[in-house]
Design a protein around this ligand. Sequence first.
Ligand code: SAH
Length: 279
Amino acid sequence: MTAQSSRTAGSVSSSSVAAGPVTTGPVTLVGGGPGAAELLTVAAVTALAQADVVLFDRLAPSDDLASLAPQATLIDVGKRAGSHPVSQTGIEELMVEHALAGKRVVRLKGGDPYVFGRGSEEVLACHRNGIAVTVISGVTSALAVPAAAGIPLTHRGISHAFTVISGHAPLTDNELEGLTLLGSTIVVLMGVGTLPTLSQGLLRHGMSAEMPVAIIERGFSATQRTTVSTLSAVLADAAAASVRSPAVLVVGEVVRLAYSGDAAAEDLVARAAEFAGTD
Ligand code: SAH
């Protein structure tokens, strides 16, 4: 699929706007990936190159925006944990306003627009205003940031599922129990603030105190850092390391696979190899 449909907006220039009815939009919601420009998709690069206006977030790759979107007005709607310089409603209003004025609008979001990105709310805002909207998937931090730290989310014989959860609000007891019973790798976004309730909750529902936990901060930046701990020690270790958002948390045996030379990892891999040999 192409990044943008061939709708009529391309023919609207600022001089033609005054002359007749304005053709709206289109709006393209673009997943910008986890922060590295190399992880933008070809569709994302194409959409940016054609944009008249780009509304971008803090976690979207923004360093190269001026060259990626050379004709565009760049608007930083920089969401930060706990404070939104432009409210979600404000972002939607800006998006709609520019599209109604005939601009090709790119809403550039961190990771994938539909993973905790409020992308669907922005799509609905476009629909309510009769604006054509396309969504371009991006590489989500949920998968890419653990990978950047060498952690696979699945490994034959070790974990055959992963669950991605938002730590924005504490999990309920039912959710904690479900996660413990499922035994999948757990990936938590926005989870630094609720780490106490998550780790204590999983322990309370019977998860092993020795379960490995990794916290990967600022994935794909020059200051990317991984803190490895266990479920029972992670609170103290995270505090000692002054762990901060943005970070992706991984809870699961797969964390050991990032550290070759670790005796526990060798044992794990040996067990996994036995399993893999059974089919
Ligand atoms: N739509 C995004 C997620 C938005 S929620 C996606 O698919 O990636 C924001 C959270 O994503 C952050 O709090 C953090 O948990 C995670 N995150 C995004 N980019 C990150 C990065 N480069 N390093 C670490 N965490 C990141």
